[in-house]
Design a protein around this ligand. Sequence first.
Ligand code: 5AD
Ligand code: SF4
Length: 436
Amino acid sequence: MPKLKLVTFGCQANDLDSERITGLLLREGYTLTEQEEEADLILLNTCAVREKAEHKVYSRLGSYQALKRRRAGLKIGVCGCVAQQEGQALLNRFPYLDFVVGPSQLTAIPPLLAGATRGVATARAAGYSYPATAPVQRQSGIRAWVSIMEGCDRFCTFCVVPFTRGRERSRPPQEIIEEIRGLKRQGYREVTLLGQTVNSYGRKLTPPVSFVKLLRHIDELAGDYMRVRFTSPHPSDVTDELASAIAELPSLCEQIHLPVQSGSDRILHRMKRGYTRDEFLEKVALLRAKTPDIAITTDIIVGFPGETKEEFRATLDLMQEVGFDGAFIFKYSPRPHTEAEQMPDQLSEDVKGRRLEQALTLLNRLSLERNRAYIGRTVEVLVNREDAKVDVGRHTGRTRQNKIVHFTGDELADGSVVPVAITGATPLYLQGAIAC
Ligand code: 5AD
Ligand code: SF4
């Protein structure tokens, strides 16, 4: 049986795409291997959101030249956002590369493998790209990603996604419901709905379907068996109805990842984010008024072109004012095709690096404060070994707020839901003991 080595870079959408690619190739008779040396097919599922991730792909590809010479019949393919962005140019640059497949052409992989010639499949689907009948080989038996839309129409000036994943396309609601019904039947305890701007779901469907209406359907189906999350919403589309849904729907977890990007109005405007600092703070206030226990995490970019010291300070102030539970903080990285790449006032790596350090130091303090507030409380934890990266307790799981908990207690099966008394906290996780 031929062996596949699959390497995934980047975001949750790529994690799901890798599960799809694995499903497609297992169906073709492949088995999985961790070893490049014994693979018959090496696939890189790539990310183009930041330059660093893109460079990792090139250096990895470079290292395969010798391997390809040694192993007769080895095929190498690139999929994901770098594939979409570079297309034929990748085949030109790496003569030993066999094929290049964009994120909306995953089903083209088996026919490309069967073909004798090198190929590129980067045509963009008009509608939602992955057929409901095509397979998904999930990594986890407890938590599942469910894609509800693809692409993005917002064109933030720093972001390459509208160019790589294309314009926004929503998946028909019946397909989503059916998939979740199937997952529940298989015993999944949690679904995370995925989309680039997940809460603008359904506007372009005929007839339109609102995101909140979809959430209500999913909640009925999930009952008290499944937890439901979604990521990532855009702040501009956080409505009163969405805030109420989070508060009211029992399956919907008390957690939101709400990318703010900057705390400065001028930078937000230059990023074309579509909201001001005050408007973002209003959304936070709305969410907290309806769900006091909500955990709020975010994405932040430091060192956007032209960002002054004061404007960076405004981001630190905003972080403090909100008191984020966690954040992904990135140095701005110029991306091809984007408006910000053309902006004249790019900052040095040095300045960006220092700002990143400062923001991370503050984040550490804020998330530790937020996590310490759980000490003395008993929280509901879904047991899941996948998060067990730190060996500080027997079990690992997540709270409804999506916080990792390491805790002690008797034997427990993965997928159990148990009460845990929290006794300790770090910026990244909680510690405790089972409370039953
Ligand atoms: N530079 C740095 N970070 C970026 N992101 C998107 N594009 C860039 C870029 N050019 C970050 C944003 C986004 C997250 C997924 O990646 O914060 O929310
Ligand atoms: Fe990129 Fe902005 Fe779309 Fe998010 S909303 S994917 S940051 S263009």
